[in-house]
Write a protein that binds this ligand. Structure first.
Ligand code: LLP
Length: 426
């Protein structure tokens, strides 16, 4: 459920007309609903908190990579969210938005020494280590600082899942994590290594997962590992079960709900007397955001050929269709009442064919100047934007009730060029 609704013949976000935002902030523009953000965090928290005897009080470490806008983060932090981060920049964002360091997890396959040092200084809850060389470096960085690094080992269970090959992370050919055997060995070695405090295991097998079966297999493997480590006399106090739960996109299988996910997690991996951690990203923010764009014109090939709906948003604003063949629902902000429909190829102004949002989609008829909303664009939308073709980054707007604010401004061309000082010999 989200808070983008049709009322009085047009789309609203909570108590604000999307057309008002488009007129004042310009297009393309991302718009987020505070109520949907809070609702989705609440739904997930309620689901995983429904098994206190099995999952205790889990730490929900929202995966910032999905949408790291500071005001979005602060909205979630005020609602009690922790943070899963993958760079110094993301840790800085989480801290700035008010997430306590003790609720921050630091993940990622290639943390630099500097980033590890930053995370240790900040006092994050846990560093999820993904390989042996990384663990060796973490030990060295911690020793140089005279501290002990609390870490979990990310296990690659050899079970990949997700909406596209490029967002599957748990397969053995994927770069993430170590095998179960390596995890056992590294954990034991680390327990005898100065500077390291092994506290648990982690996994994350993919994103936009629409089936619980692979998650069940992965969690079963993790559970077995926790039990095996304990049988070897090692202490395990945390278990991070990752994120990955899908959301309903246009023309995609409906994903399982958070309740079914939580019931499965409790059944398969619950009751281990650990601090459970979850890292949801997409399911918290995807349906809390839309990308608003305006139709520039409609270009029609003669003799019944293709009809191109040319928008002012492009692949640089929303990469997902170009990168993952993703489909976003497209809705008119002010639907016409005549019920007429057309078949369009929906494209942006960027100069490559990859800048195609969808082909031959049956849609309500549009005219130049009409506003279009890309639905479910709150996750992996603005964060993946670029200035390709020297197009300014789309601004971001946050709505709360009947108020709205620009929470990331569209850069001016002067601001864009200021980051490119002229070479002294020119
Ligand atoms: N934890 C880790 C370690 C991750 O790598 C990810 C996402 C998450 C949590 C959050 O997963 P989620 O709940 O959002 O599925 N840009 C792609 C998605 C990439 C996901 C990468 N990892 C897209 O637009 O579909």
């Amino acid at each position: 459920m989200n808070h983008f609704e049709l009322r009085d013949g047009e789309l609203w976000c909570e108590g604000v007309r999307l057309s008002e935002i488009a007129e004042q902030a310009g297009t393309p523009v991302y718009v987020y609903s505070s109520a949907t953000l809070r609702r989705h965090l609440g739904v997930f928290r309620d689901a995983v908190s429904a098994y206190p005897d099995r999952l205790g009080t889990p730490l929900i470490a929202y995966a910032l990579k999905a949408n790291s806008n500071l005001s979005v983060l602060q909205t979630l932090a005020e609602a009690g969210s922790g943070a899963d981060t993958v760079s110094e920049g993301e840790i800085r964002r989480a801290l700035k938005a008010g997430v306590p360091a003790g609720r921050i997890v630091f993940s990622g396959v290639g943390k630099s020494d500097r980033e590890m040092a930053f995370a240790l200084d900040a006092g994050v809850f846990q560093i999820n280590v993904e390989s042996e060389p990384e663990l060796e470096r973490l030990a060295r960085v911690a020793r140089e600082k005279g501290v002990t690094a609390p870490f979990a080992i990310r296990v690659n269970p050899g079970v990949g899942a997700g909406g596209h090959a490029k967002i599957t992370t748990g397969g053995i050919t994927d770069k993430f994590g170590v095998t179960a055997e390596e995890a056992m060995r590294l954990y034991a070695e680390a327990s005898r290594t100065a500077g390291l405090k092994p506290q648990g295991l982690a996994c994350h097998i993919g994103s936009q997962i629409s089936d619980l079966t692979p998650l069940r297999r992965a969690f079963t493997i993790l559970r077995g590992l926790v039990e095996a480590l304990r049988a070897d006399g090692l202490e395990v106090t945390t278990l991070d079960l990752g994120g990955g739960l899908g959301v309903p996109y246009f023309n995609q299988p409906d994903p399982p709900g958070p309740e079914d996910f939580a019931a499965m997690a409790a059944e398969v991996a619950g009751g281990l007397d650990v601090q459970y951690v979850f890292e949801p990203g997409r399911m918290i923010v995807a349906n809390a955001g839309v990308l608003l764009s305006r139709v520039i014109h409609i270009h029609r090939r003669p003799d019944g050929g293709r009809r191109f709906l040319v928008l002012d948003a492009a692949m640089n604003d929303l990469m997902r269709p170009a990168l993952y063949d993703a489909f976003h629902d497209l809705r008119p902000v002010k639907p016409r009442t005549d019920g007429e429909r057309e078949t369009y190829d929906v494209v942006g102004p960027v100069c490559e064919t990859g800048d195609t949002f969808t082909r031959e989609r049956d849609l309500p008829r549009f005219e130049p100047g009409d506003l279009v909303a890309f639905m479910s664009a709150g996750a992996y939308g603005a964060v993946m934007g670029s200035e390709y073709n020297t197009r300014p980054l789309a601004p971001e707007v946050l709505v709360r009730d009947d108020r709205w604010a620009v929470v990331r401004s569209r850069p001016t061309y002067e601001e864009m060029f200021a980051a490119e000082p002229k070479a002294p010999w020119l």
